[in-house]
Design a protein around this ligand. Structure first.
Ligand code: UGA
Length: 451
């Protein structure tokens, strides 16, 4: 019978623990942040994920999800430990492994006292060779044990999306097992085979392949976004073209596929950091990274796109009142980390603009994190739009999609709409308001200002 401990209860760890418990597996969840454990004990989650709070509370009341206050308790109760701690990217674009090294050492100390085989499964994003050169030695040194003989090791990257965590865990498009040896691989393979049906592809490979694959997946997704955003620029300068039309038709080629929505670029806790760390890795091993660097630069420039439009219309942004709709890096989450909105807001403030902000779920996090920024928070879309000189749609929340041109016209001083996520139907908007959308060839400014 599987008994599992999960170390690190962030997006991945908490979602994974809840999912496994929902499958009837006993889970001991531990996080070194006491406030997270306190919050969980009250049944309150600190992340916003579809269905997660309900499922979590169900798992606790069914006696399957155990909130561990001590790492030792969680390890000793289990036979498999998943490590899900964060591996952020430092200022110099290298990976910061301090959390995972410290977790590996603490786990190692406990394993050294256990007199039985235990399987370690790492989910945190790690650059190729990190498991073998850094993580496994840290566990071996602290435990005095030998990998392959006394404990097993698997690198098992996670591909879930924030906001869709449980959905992606229930129906993953693939399971990737990077195995130290056959024994470790067989255990985790059997574990996943019990959870998932025949249709879920399971790939067994070396640890290094799995480590590389995680980066390659995220970097390829970033590449697709920057590529479509580059083509969006072409559309902006080419009459009678529209990136949404191009992208819709492009996606139908199965060799190209989805994930081609043009906009103000990608943010979040994963794509930007993984791209930077991978660039630094690639350069370190002596491979040219121009293609990868361009993905990054295009993304940085996309955040400036709304500012450029504003400047073309108003020239000077001093004292112009700008409404920002959307703070989170994507809809259906309260996560504002590395959101393109933040770059836009900072830039507007630097230009002397007055910035009003609204987000259905991210406002609290934004105000906590950026308390020092002189913005005007609003508790409704309408309040945020009132008496403004322009609005920037920065996140594609459903509630923004429902807005009609007449609402902008009624509330704003000048109904200048900068649609950074291409959520509006151009045909509906182009005559009643001043509309600019990423990848849409707008009319000449002279005509616009006559509206
Ligand atoms: C991403 C990957 O999609 C997951 O597969 C991966 O597991 C995860 O990173 C991770 O490494 O943990 P996530 O960060 O949740 O997931 O977000 P995405 O849904 O991929 O969106 C990332 C950003 O790209 C958002 O800012 C979104 O607005 C933007 N995006 C996405 C576009 O601009 N266009 C698109 O077509 C898709």
């Amino acid at each position: 019978m599987y008994k599992v401990s999960i170390i690190g209860l962030g997006y991945v760890g908490l979602s994974l623990s809840t999912f496994l418990a929902s499958k009837g597996i006993h889970v001991w969840g531990y996080d070194k942040a006491r406030w997270k454990l306190e919050s969980l004990k009250k049944g309150k989650l600190y992340i916003s994920e579809e269905d997660l709070e309900t499922e979590f509370n169900r798992a606790v009341s069914n006696g399957l999800f155990h909130i561990s206050e001590k790492l030792e308790e969680s390890i000793t109760h289990s036979n498999i430990t998943f490590i899900c701690v964060d591996t952020p990217t430092k200022e110099d674009w290298r990976q910061d492994y301090s959390s995972i090294i410290s977790a590996a050492k603490s786990i190692g100390k406990i394993l050294g006292k256990l007199d039985r085989y235990h399987l370690i499964v790492v989910k945190s994003t790690l650059l190729p060779e990190s498991s073998r050169k850094i993580i496994i030695p840290a566990i071996e040194q602290e435990s005095g044990l030998l990998v392959g003989r006394d404990f097993g090791y698997i690198y098992n990257p996670e591909f879930l999306r924030e906001g869709k965590a449980l959905y992606d865990l229930r129906s993953p498009n693939r399971i990737v097992i990077g195995e130290y040896d056959n024994k470790s691989g067989d255990i985790i393979y059997a574990f996943y085979k019990e959870i998932y049906d025949e249709k879920t592809p399971i790939f067994r490979m070396t640890i290094e392949n799995a480590e590389l694959l995680k980066y390659v997946s995220n970097v390829f997704l970033s590449l697709k976004i920057s590529f479509i955003n580059l083509i969006a620029r072409v559309c902006e300068k080419t009459p009678n073209t529209d990136i949404n039309i191009i992208s819709e038709a492009l996606k139908t080629d199965p060799r190209i596929g989805p994930y081609l929505q043009a906009g103000i670029g990608f943010g979040g806790q994963c794509l930007p950091k993984d791209l930077k760390a991978f660039i630094s890795f690639v350069e370190e091993i002596g491979i040219k990274s121009a293609l990868l660097r361009e993905i990054y630069f295009i993304n940085e420039e996309q955040a400036i796109w709304p500012i450029n439009i504003l400047k073309q219309v108003y020239h000077d942004l001093k004292d112009k009142v700008i409404c920002i709709l959307g703070l989170t890096f994507k809809p259906n989450t309260n996560d504002i980390r590395n959101s393109q909105s933040i770059k836009i807001i900072s830039r507007l403030l630097d230009e002397g603009a007055v910035v009003k902000i609204y987000d259905p779920e991210g406002l609290e996090n934004f105000l906590r994190e950026y308390y020092y920024l002189p913005v005007i928070p609003c508790n409704s879309i309408e309040k945020c739009l009132e008496d403004t000189d322009a609005v920037i749609i920065a996140t594609d929340w459903d509630e923004f999609k429902l807005l009609e041109p007449k609402t902008f016209k009624k509330l704003m001083k000048t109904p200048l709409i900068i649609d950074g996520r291409r959520i509006y139907d151009v045909n509906k908007f182009k005559d009643d308001v001043i509309y600019f959308g990423v990848g849409y060839h707008s009319r000449p400014f002279k005509t616009l200002l006559e509206i």
